[in-house]
Structure formats: structure tokens, C-alpha cells
Design a protein around this ligand. Structure first.
Ligand code: FAD
Ligand code: DHB
Length: 428
């Protein structure tokens, strides 16, 4: 399919309508020249989060035609503040896909984390423990980089679409119906549909409906209150702190911007948390003699629920799920974005093999291979969450402190955490 290059100047489309700005790209006209005629592509990708955008990039690099449909606007997608930690394999994947320039220039390579409990702050040295590192580089930046290459001559990426409906996914010619940003109904005929539309998307229900799949879920009795602040981080590495009043996490986005989280009750309302109250709680939970949290203007704050969720299989016929569409983890292990990258790395090679070599082996094993890694990350995220959050039960607290002392004193226990945190290899 001839792609509408996002980098082309604004002007008239081939069918005479004013060309919209890149964030309102339209599909090229179908065979009859009209917009309501079906348009064909090899892979129709639903959702322009990290999973969908990276899948599009990996497929494009391998010569596989694709179109990405996103129901939000570009500025919304680029501004969504979420993950901050990239595993080594995520950095390697992005770099190999030609997306490493700004990441390596502006990202911060981290060689470990601090685990803290009252009176103790202990550094886990990742290179010494497992030979790997992680990077601080916001999901907002990953997303901007991916959208940038996509709109610079990449395949169509349509923001602001609605009524996205995958159909006939059990056949070899599935299609996606949707309404484009101008309100015109469209049909995209595909060989494959990729459901990368996040936890609330339309794809997963198609896989699980009619009892074809199953799900597992755990809702935690905790939430995170997250802030972004214009304050130079007072720490060289992230601090994961256990405290009788609740968990706290000290992270960052740059040498001048801090990202901090507090464990709160899920019923807490953000309006009840003044900036002063937030800083006072952070000071208490990170307290260490001779050291202080660096404060500054808070530019964003929100309360985030915490949940584990896995849906299997990650496929129905020609519909493949990847990323948050199939699974979510509580944020304590910093795994969500990295799992999405791992899924699409597997999915891209499986789809290339299917569409270029007509071999079904990798698509047939995709779900099992992806889920093996998903469950490992699900366990690790549960483990970090369980070890660090106050449940209110004093027996739990003693077990948590015992486990923290173990990780801080045994290389074997520390290595297990380090290997999981920095990311296990993606089994191709
Ligand atoms: P999403 O990012 O949710 O993207 C899905 C896209 O699909 C969205 O753009 C959505 O608008 C679009 N969409 C939905 N429905 C439709 C539809 N019907 N039609 C078209 N488009 C649709 N992960 C980490 O690895 N490390 C971290 O440090 C980390 N920290 C986090 C902190 C917070 C506060 C939160 C909330 C999450 C964090 N995560 C972290 C998780 C991470 O952000 C997600 O796992 C990641 O965004 C998943 O990417 P995705 O592309 O699968 O889904
Ligand atoms: C960040 C988020 C996490 O969930 C985590 O474990 C570490 C860092 C962050 O947003 O910076």
C-alpha cells in the first residue's frame, strides 16, 4: 500500500480534500479512489502506545506494510506521564530500531538501586551482580521518538479515530472498521490485526469472549500517589523505601526533574494532598540522617491504582495481543513498558515469518513464549510490591524486613532481584 507520508507538507490530498496536519493523517484512497472503499495493508495495528508504535517500526524495518490507528490525539498520547525505567533489552531494541540517538544523549544510565528500611540505605550494584544496567528515560520521550520516525515518512499513523472494530479475525482476511478523524467510516483489510490498545481497548474482549480464553487478576489494597517536581534529584540512583507509614519511591526524569511516589490508600483523593502534605510524607518515609529529599514546584500529581492482570492466550486466529492489552503489572518492578517491548519484539519476528516466508511456526508459539516472560515479570512485580508495601499487619512487616535484610546481605538474593529488575533476555 502506498503510505501517506507524515512528513509531507500540508496541502491537498490526492482526492482533493485539504490535507490535514500529520496528527490527522488519512488513509490513502482505496481502489475505487474513494475514501469509503476498503484499504489494504498487511498488519492493522490498533493503538499507538509504545507497543503499537514499536511494532509498526519493527515491521516497517522488515518491509512489512502496516497502518496504526489511535483513538486519542497526538498531543495527548505524547504527554501521558507513565513509565520511566527501561531495561537493557528495551534500550538495545530501541537502539537497533534506529531510536537510540536521543535516548543515549538524554537518558540516564543507572547502575543500581537503593533499598531502604529505617536506618539502612543499601545499594544493589547491578553490573557487579548481573552485568546489566537500566536507563531512566520517560515513556513520554520513547513515545515522542517513535511518533517522530513514524511521521517522518513511516507508514500511516492515524490519530483521533473512533469506533474501532476488528472483524472476522478467525479468517485469513480480517478487517478493522473505524471512523477517521474527519468522521468518515473506513475499512482496513489486513492479513493480521495487532491488538496493542492497552488495558481498556477493544481487542482483548474479542479473544476472551465466548470462554475462549481465561484471565487472572489481583487487585492490591494499595495505590501510588505520583508527582513530578522541578527539583534536582537528591540521589544518584532510585530509592525504594520501606517505611512503617508506607512505601515511597524516589525516581527522576532528568538532572533537574524528580519523579516521586508515595503508597496511599486506593480511596485517597488527590485534592486532599496539598504539596506540603506530600513533601512532609516523603521526608518522613525517606528519612536518613544527614540526607534530605530535594523539594521544588510540583508540576503534576495523580493517584494510580495497582493491579496484576494476565489474559491468555494472546491470540485468536489472526488477532494478536501485545502489551497492556494482554497484561498489566503493579508498577513496583518497573516492568509494564518493558514487557510491551518484549512482546512486540517476539510478535514482529513472528509476523515477518508469517507474512514474508509463509511459515506459521512463530505465530503459533507466540502466545506461549510471550506468556512465559509475562508470568516471570508478573511474579517479580508481585514480589517487589509485597516486599515493600505496608499492609497494616505487623507479622507481614516482620517478614518484609527479614526479606529486605536478606537481599541487602546476600549476593545470591540480590542477584535474583538484579537479574529480574534489569530484565531477563527475550527468548527469541
Ligand atoms: P498503552 O500505553 O496503554 O497504549 C495503548 C494505546 O491504545 C493508547 O494510546 C490508547 O489511547 C490506544 N487505544 C485504546 N483503545 C483504543 C481503541 N479502541 N482504538 C484505538 N486506539 C486505542 N512500565 C515500565 O516498564 N516501567 C515503569 O517504570 C513504569 N511505570 C509506570 C508508572 C505509571 C504511573 C503507570 C501508570 C504505568 C507505568 N508503567 C511502567 C506501565 C507502562 O506505562 C505500560 O505498561 C505501557 O504504557 C504499556 O504500553 P502499551 O502500548 O501496551 O499500552
Ligand atoms: C518509575 C516508575 C516505577 O514504577 C518504578 O518502579 C521505577 C521508576 C518512574 O516513573 O520513574
Amino acid at each position: 500500500m502506498g503510505a501517506v507520508g507524515g512528513g509531507r507538507p500540508a496541502g491537498l490530498t490526492s482526492h482533493g480534500r485539504a490535507r490535514p496536519p500529520p496528527e490527522f493523517q488519512l488513509l490513502p484512497p482505496g481502489p475505487g479512489g474513494g475514501h469509503t472503499q476498503p484499504v489494504r495493508t498487511q498488519v492493522g495495528i490498533i493503538g499507538a502506545g509504545p507497543a503499537g508504535l514499536l511494532l509498526s517500526r519493527l515491521l516497517t524495518l522488515q518491509g512489512v506494510d502496516n497502518v496504526v490507528l489511535e483513538n486519542r490525539l497526538r498531543e495527548y498520547v505524547e504527554a501521558r506521564i507513565r513509565a520511566g525505567i527501561l531495561e537493557q533489552h528495551t534500550v538495545d531494541t530501541l537502539t537497533d530500531a534506529g531510536l537510540g540517538d536521543r535516548l543515549h544523549r538524554e537518558g540516564l544510565e543507572h547502575h543500581g538501586i537503593y533499598l531502604q528500611y529505617p536506618g539502612t540505605r543499601h545499594k544493589l550494584d547491578f553490573p557487579g551482580l548481573c552485568g546489566r544496567t537500566v536507563w531512566v528515560y520517560g515513556q513520554t520521550e520513547v513515545t515522542k521518538d517513535l511518533i517522530g520516525v513514524q511521521l517522518d515518512g513511516g507508514p500511516p499513523l492515524l490519530f483521533g479515530v473512533s469506533d474501532v472494530t476488528p472483524e472476522d479475525v478467525d479468517s485469513d482476511l480480517p478487517r478493522i472498521r473505524f471512523t477517521d478523524a474527519e468522521g468518515i467510516p473506513q475499512v482496513l483489510e489486513c492479513d493480521v490485526v495487532a491488538g496493542t490498545d492497552g488495558f481498556h481497548g477493544v481487542s482483548r474482549p474479542l479473544v476472551t469472549e465466548g470462554g475462549q480464553g481465561r484471565t487472572w487478576e489481583r487487585t492490591y489494597p494499595y495505590a501510588w500517589l505520583g508527582i513530578l517536581a522541578d527539583a534536582a534529584p537528591a540521589t544518584d540512583e532510585l530509592i525504594y523505601a520501606w517505611h512503617p507509614e508506607g512505601f515511597a519511591l524516589y525516581s527522576m526524569r532528568s538532572p533537574t526533574v524528580s519523579r516521586l511516589y508515595l503508597q496511599v490508600d486506593p480511596s485517597e483523593r488527590i485534592e486532599d494532598w496539598s504539596d506540603d502534605r506530600i513533601w512532609a510524607n516523603l521526608a518522613t518515609r525517606f528519612a536518613l540522617e544527614g540526607w534530605e529529599v530535594a523539594t521544588g514546584p510540583i508540576t503534576e500529581k495523580s493517584v494510580l491504582p495497582m493491579r496484576s492482570f494476565v489474559s491468555a492466550p494472546m491470540r485468536r486466529g489472526r488477532l494478536f495481543l501485545a502489551g497492556d492489552a494482554a497484561h498489566i503489572v503493579p508498577p513496583t518492578g518497573a516492568k509494564g513498558l518493558n514487557l510491551a517491548v518484549a512482546d512486540v519484539t517476539l510478535l514482529a519476528s513472528a509476523l515477518v515469518r508469517l507474512l514474508r516466508e509463509r511459515q506459521t511456526d512463530l505465530v503459533d508459539s507466540y502466545s506461549d513464549r510471550a506468556l512465559a516472560r509475562v508470568w516471570r515479570a508478573t511474579h517479580f512485580s508481585w514480589y517487589m510490591t509485597s516486599m515493600l508495601h505496608r499492609s497494616g499487619d505487623d507479622f507481614d512487616a516482620q517478614l518484609q524486613l527479614s526479606q529486605l535484610r536478606r537481599v541487602c546481605s546476600s549476593d545470591t538474593a540480590a542477584r535474583e532481584l538484579a537479574e529480574n529488575y534489569t530484565g531477563l533476555p527475550i527468548e527469541g
